[in-house]
Structures are given as structure tokens and as C-alpha cells.
Design a protein. Structure first.
Length: 435
């Protein structure tokens, strides 16, 4: 059942037909909305039926617990039906009269790669405070790729806030600037070990790899205490996070060396790299370009630590096309990424046998069953228990090596009051007042 008093900024009604039009577009094969379609349930999604003007029925082939949370995200955000009918091919580019929603601000100007201007939606009367539009009229967003420029305009007072502040700059912003750091929910930045290709087929080798990296030291040095070291395949702000794993697998070169000895990698060549049956303990890490400087520094630290226990880690930074040529057939030993999201069902795409992001090539009927049970369970306590089992499993099995949880860092000037954030650390301006 929908409210009957909500309109898009172009005057169109937000009604049952609008919901159906948006969901139909997301699952349309011609749209190819891979992430949005996945969040809508993918194969679980059966369809949307208009019952009456303000009632819709969304049907799934089985219970799908993440749906309501997913429907609240920008990925499943609703566009005006008029836009879908006339300008659907322009949605990716966006702009005034195209990016048309129901929120407290309307996009009124857009200069690609330079500036976006939002103007208060004076008709907005369905927010948290009912019948109250934002307190200020214009929100001007300047696109500044250089982090030093973003921090500079805030400290000088030219801008009221700046987002995506790197950790090395967050500590030196000076008096009068508030630094807000919001840890992303979802999957931490991690290394995915391909268990079906090369040396990582051996669990002991995977375990040794994880224990041979001084994650605490590297993360603290590179991220200046702004990003927490990760202990689990779920970030600590994600529902279902298992805090009992914290501190459970610290850096331990002695343990790592013992595991490699047990796995038969006992000889070493003249470079100090371990050998077994005439082969070097060498792994190939593929990364997607461009690689930020901080992650390049982290990779260097990881390579250095692992060489200390006899691993050779060869890292290849590839253009997207070349990366996909390696990723699709899984002809690599490890790769890396993080993935933000509020629902722990993210693990299904990363650990299920059929998961489209299953870089580790995990294929275990018991893990598949846990993931399928969790996505179909609406009781949160029961879901948490299932996700705890999955996290505990990885802590031993070591398909994924969590490194750190990124945070959204925002610098806020003195004039701003009432700024809030969503769960991803994105600023929410509805309650903001400007002094």
C-alpha cells in the first residue's frame, strides 16, 4: 500500500503504475541492470501487479528477505513514468528533466564533470517531518577530482562540506572543521583466493597466506587510523556481523611457516621462494586499473610480508577488458575488491556456486544451502545465526582474506548544522540548516 499524496517533481503521481513501470524496466533484458536486477531478487523476482491506484503486489518465487531494504536504496530508486516512457535511453547520463524523482530536491542544472545544482522541492510534504520542505533553497555540488582541492575549499570556507576525503588528509584539516567517518556496510576490501586454480587448492596454503600478512600494521600505517582492519567477510556495520572473530587470526609468521611445511613446501630456491616438486610457491594477483595509491602501497606491503614466508606474489594491473579476459575463465590465483551493501545477502553472489562474483570459485553444497536458507529467512535473529556460520566457515576455510573496511570521510565546515548520513556515509541534506 502506497501513500496517495506523493508526486514526482515533474508533477506525475507516484502510484502503483509507477512502481510497476520501474520494476519492469529493471528486469527487462534490454536494460541490462545487473546490480539493480540482483537487488530486486534476480531469479526470485516473479513480477509486479497493480491491484489498484495505490496498491501493488510484488511476487517472488520464494521468500526474499532483502527486498524491503533493497527497495529503499538508490539502485532501486523510482523515476517518473513520463521519463521512462520518453527518455529511458538517457537515464545513465542523467540531467534536469531526466533525473526526476520524489525527493526534497530537484536537479535543475547539470554540467558534466563540473557541477550539479539541486533546487528545493517546495511541494515536498512526505519526508520525516511531514509537510516540511528543506530549510535552504539551493544545493550546489562542484565536482573536484583532486582530493587536495576538495579539502582546500572547505578549510578556506569556499565550500561548506567535501566528501571522499582520503585518510592522509583527514587528520590535518584544522580547527572549525568536523571530520565525519562512516564505515561502509557490506564486504570489506578483501583478497579472493581462487581455490580451483593453482596452489590455493590447498587449504593449508590459503591459511598460511592469510596468517603471513601483517594486516594491522599495513592498514594502520597506510590509512592513518581512519579505516578499521577487517576480521570477517562482513563489515562491522553490516547486520549479522560476527564480532567474535575479532582478533582470532592475527599475523603469525611462525604459524604460516608451519602450515606451509605441513603442505609440503619445505624447500627454498636461491630467492628464498618455497619449492615443492620442482615448482615455486608463486601466485598471480590480477587487479583492475586504475589502482589508487593507497591500495598500491597496501599491495606492496602484502607482497613484502608474504615473501618473508616464501611466497612469490606477482601482481598484474590490467585494463578492464584485459582483466575480464582473465576473470571470466578464472585463470588467476587471486584478485581484490570491496563491495558495499546493507544486507548480508551480498555473500550469496560471492560464495554461492552460481554466484556471479564468486572469484574464489567456492562450490560447496552446504554453503549453498546456508546462503539459500538465509535469503529466505525473514526472522533477523535466525538470519544472523546463518550468517555467523558462514563467517566462521570462512575464518577456517579462507576463501576470502578480509583486509580493511573503507569509510566515507566527509569534512564539514562551521556553517552546517543538522547534517545526517545514510548507511553508506552519503550526506543527507533534508535536515540541514546553514548558519
Amino acid at each position: 500500500m502506497l501513500r496517495d499524496d506523493v508526486t514526482f517533481t515533474d508533477g506525475e503521481k507516484f502510484d502503483a503504475a509507477a512502481v510497476k513501470a520501474n520494476f519492469d524496466r529493471i528486469v527487462d533484458p534490454e536494460t541490462a541492470s545487473a546490480q539493480a536486477a540482483s537487488m530486486l531478487g534476480a531469479d526470485f523476482y516473479k513480477g509486479t501487479e497493480v491491484v489498484d491506484d495505490y496498491t501493488v503486489t510484488v511476487t517472488f518465487t520464494q521468500p526474499y528477505a532483502p527486498f524491503l531494504q533493497a527497495a529503499s536504496t538508490p539502485q532501486l530508486g523510482f523515476y517518473s513514468p513520463a521519463v521512462l516512457e520518453k527518455s529511458a535511453d538517457k537515464l545513465k547520463a542523467g540531467g534536469p528533466d531526466i533525473t526526476v524523482g520524489t525527493g526534497p530536491f530537484e536537479m535543475t542544472e547539470y554540467t558534466p564533470d563540473q557541477e550539479i545544482v539541486y533546487t528545493r522541492n517546495d511541494d515536498y510534504a512526505w519526508g520525516p517531518h511531514e509537510e516540511t520542505a528543506p530549510a535552504f533553497e539551493t544545493l550546489r555540488v562542484e565536482i573536484q577530482p583532486e582530493a587536495a582541492v576538495r579539502t582546500g575549499v572547505v578549510t578556506s570556507g569556499e565550500a561548506d562540506l567535501a566528501s571522499n576525503i582520503p585518510p592522509n588528509l583527514a587528520k590535518d584539516l584544522g580547527e572549525g572543521i568536523t571530520v565525519d567517518s562512516i564505515e561502509y556496510p557490506g564486504l570489506p576490501y578483501s583478497l579472493y583466493l581462487n581455490e580451483k586454480y593453482g596452489v590455493f587448492a590447498d587449504e593449508k596454503v590459503r591459511q598460511a597466506f592469510a596468517r603471513g600478512i601483517d594486516i594491522d600494521a599495513a592498514v594502520a600505517e597506510i590509512y592513518f587510523g581512519q579505516f578499521p582492519r577487517a576480521w570477517s567477510i562482513l563489515g562491522s556495520t553490516t547486520p549479522g556481523y560476527d564480532a567474535s572473530l575479532e582478533g582470532s587470526w592475527p599475523f603469525d609468521q611462525n604459524a604460516a611457516n608451519a602450515l606451509l611445511d605441513e603442505a609440503g613446501w619445505t624447500a627454498r630456491d636461491t630467492d628464498g621462494i618455497r619449492m615443492k616438486d620442482g615448482k615455486r610457491l608463486s601466485v598471480r594477483w590480477i587487479a583492475w586499473t586504475p589502482v589508487p595509491d593507497d591500495r598500491a602501497a597496501l599491495a606492496n606491503a602484502i607482497q613484502s610480508d608474504l615473501k618473508g614466508i616464501g611466497f612469490e606474489v606477482e601482481r598484474e594491473v590490467l585494463e578492464p577488458g584485459a582483466y575480464n579476459e582473465q576473470y571470466e575463465p578464472k585463470t588467476f590465483d587471486l584478485t581484490d575488491w570491496g563491495f558495499s551493501g546493507v544486507d548480508p545477502d551480498l555473500l550469496r553472489s560471492h560464495l554461492h556456486t552460481e554466484g556471479f562474483q564468486n572469484a574464489s570459485q567456492v562450490s560447496d553444497p552446504e554453503i549453498d544451502a546456508l546462503l539459500e536458507q538465509a535469503v529466505a529467512t525473514s526472522d533477523q535473529d535466525q538470519r544472523n545465526e546463518l550468517y555467523t556460520q558462514l563467517q566462521q566457515w570462512n575464518a577456517t576455510y579462507t576463501a576470502i582474506v578480509p583486509l580493511y573496511s573503507p569509510s566515507a570521510i566527509t569534512a564539514v565546515g562551521e556553517r552546517i548544522e543538522g547534517l545526517q548520513y545514510d548507511l553508506y556515509g552519503r550526506p543527507l541534506f533534508y535536515d540541514v540548516t546553514v548558519g
